[in-house]
Design a protein around this ligand. Structure first.
Ligand SMILES: C[S@@+](CC[C@H](N)C(=O)[O-])C[C@H]1O[C@@H](n2cnc3c(N)ncnc32)[C@H](O)[C@@H]1O
Length: 251
């Protein structure tokens, strides 16, 4: 990472962990998706790339002998080290370069990248790096903050437009560091093509957090929403329904 600019996630005024307060539905929807994609698989080495404070690292550790948690934010890694201080199967690596995976060729059996692609406007170099690091027959799971979700498609159709195939810059960062930490939404079809172009074979995708809606979240219990989520993730992926798409590819 560029040392001259503050990583948003290292900023002392920003607490990524707090973002998850009140977002149990989204968190457990992602855990459901991960477990579905990893079902019956087991890996020697799994990497949680851009894993932050390790929100999903312990899920990964259920499916692997060793988890390598990689992140450019030392603040996030320190929180993770404290959180997992009694777990000896998690390693921590500070990422100090962009578009780089800190691993030798063909050594990572599974690479997980969740909520990171929205900080990478052009992921093509990073995907080539991921391909290099993943073992032959190994896997990558790439989560995409999607600009092609149904609500956005309807919004675009109402203006007689189509959703963009290229990344769309979204929102702003509360602490004013938005130029240093870009936020973009990607078109999942473009991401799948970019992964294919690197050599990955598409295996599966799931549509995640399909019922992320204030009205639904206040009128239905968490377990009800998660039951609906569980049933629909696979089917709704066919139409890129939800705001987040989990893509499983194989090398
Ligand atoms: C929204 S958090 C997601 C953390 C974790 N994957 C999760 O789902 O909770 C984004 C993380 O990506 C890291 N990050 C930002 N830009 C990155 C980049 N270009 N390469 C790798 N990681 C990056 C940040 O430091 C941060 O910890």
């Amino acid at each position: 990472m560029t040392k001259d600019k503050i990583n948003f996630y290292d900023d002392t005024k920003h607490f990524y962990e707090d973002f998850w307060i009140g977002r149990d539905y989204e968190h457990f929807s992602e855990v459901l998706a991960l477990r579905k994609l990893l079902n019956k698989k087991h890996f020697k080495t799994a990497m949680d790339f851009g894993g932050g404070y390790g929100r999903l690292s312990d899920v990964l550790s259920d499916y692997s002998d060793k988890v390598i948690l990689v992140d450019p934010s030392s603040k996030q890694l320190n929180i993770a080290k404290d959180k997992f201080k009694n777990q000896d199967n998690i390693e921590y690596l500070l990422l100090d370069k962009k578009d780089y995976v800190p691993a030798k060729d063909n050594t990572v059996d599974l690479l997980l990248m969740v909520r990171v692609s929205h900080h990478v406007p052009d992921p093509t170099k990073l995907f080539k790096e991921i391909y290099r690091a993943v073992t032959p027959n190994g896997y990558a799971i790439i989560e995409v903050a999607s600009n092609a979700h149904l609500v956005n498609r309807l919004r675009q159709y109402s203006k007689l437009k189509r959703v963009s195939k290229t990344p769309i810059r979204v929102g702003s960062v509360a602490n004013g560091l938005k130029d240093e930490t870009p936020f973009v939404n990607h078109n999942p079809n473009t991401i799948i093509k970019q992964l294919n172009d690197c050599g990955f074979k598409f295996e599966k995708k799931l549509s995640v957090s399909n019922f992320r809606n204030g009205f639904l979240k206040t009128h239905f219990r968490l377990d009800q929403l998660l039951r609906a989520e569980k049933i629909t993730q696979k089917h709704l992926a066919k139409i890129n329904f939800g705001p987040s798409i989990f893509i499983l590819v194989k090398k």
